[in-house]
Design a protein around this ligand. Structure first.
Ligand code: CA
Ligand code: CA
Length: 274
């Protein structure tokens, strides 16, 4: 049964989509996509093995073709992870904090284009792949606001090792400005920076450019700095340093926490993010 809160949110999303159905961008077709769509668009929460993902979030758990607010999303059991963000980044009227797939038609919010490109770089079906998207329709955009963070600590089977945060990021409207995403691991309430340069696919020469709905989308997989982690459970937080509302449209998918086992890799301090 839907709560009043959910109904209001759904109504806001529907209004957003209906407004967009009259926009030219909503009408165009899907470009050819690569073969192979075998990768599941599901969340998995597995305990660690060396170099294996301790945690993966791909935003597909029990979602269909209906846009879903980030705070309504519940990831896979047994952890049933949930997420939150700063209020601006949950504001549906600003097209922020919406989990969506291409088939859902995000309309003027445009998020479905990022979901499509992220499906392509992540090996999922571009039409059905879900991603967390934000469109920043208006400002003011808070500096370094949190766009997503875990609410339930992710248990670790061993401590005192290096962990990395990996994330696929897509950006649209790169003719204006892109996001400036900053990666952190969480040890309880302690926020541990895991980046040097914020992530901006728009200015990243190594980002791939996809054409979706006849508009370019820049996307790439990013890996944080390794963090020597001593806690018994871990979380993550992603902030956005970009304060512009024009542009600053992006999607996030396939968030992974990965354990490193090679000590030679420790402390190099070289982020693979641009
Ligand atoms: Ca996904
Ligand atoms: Ca925007």
């Amino acid at each position: 049964m839907l709560s009043h809160r959910t109904v209001r949110r759904t109504a806001a999303l529907t209004a957003c989509i209906l407004a967009a159905l009259s926009s030219p961008a909503a009408a165009s077709g899907l470009l050819p996509t690569p073969e192979g769509s075998a990768r599941s668009d599901k969340t998995t929460a597995t305990l660690a093995e060396p170099r294996a993902a301790i945690f993966t979030e791909s935003f597909g758990q029990n979602l269909g073709n209906t846009p879903t607010p980030l705070t309504d999303y519940v990831a896979a059991p047994p952890l049933n992870e949930t997420y939150t963000a700063d209020p601006y980044w949950l504001d549906l009227a600003n097209c922020n904090g919406i989990i969506i797939n291409y088939a859902a038609d995000s309309g003027q919010c445009g998020g479905r284009r990022s979901a499509n490109a992220l499906g392509q770089i992540g090996g999922a079906n571009p039409t059905t792949n879900h991603a967390l998207t934000s469109g920043t329709n208006s400002g003011p955009v808070p500096a370094d606001g949190t766009v997503i963070e875990t609410q339930i600590p992710i248990p670790l089977t061993s401590t005192n090792r290096y962990l990395e945060l990996q994330v696929d990021v897509a950006a649209t409207a790169c003719n204006t400005v892109g996001p400036e995403l900053k990666l952190y691991l969480l040890d309880g309430t302690q926020e541990i920076p895991a980046f040097t340069t914020p992530i901006n696919p728009c200015t990243d020469p190594k980002a791939r450019i996809f054409v979706v709905d006849m508009q370019p989308v820049s996307a790439r997989t990013y890996t944080s700095l390794p963090v020597f982690f001593t806690g018994s459970s871990v979380g993550f937080r992603i902030r956005n340093g970009q304060t512009a509302a024009q542009g600053n449209d992006f999607g996030i998918d396939n968030i992974r926490i990965v354990a490193k086992t090679n000590n030679k890799e420790k402390g190099k301090g070289t982020s693979k993010a641009p």
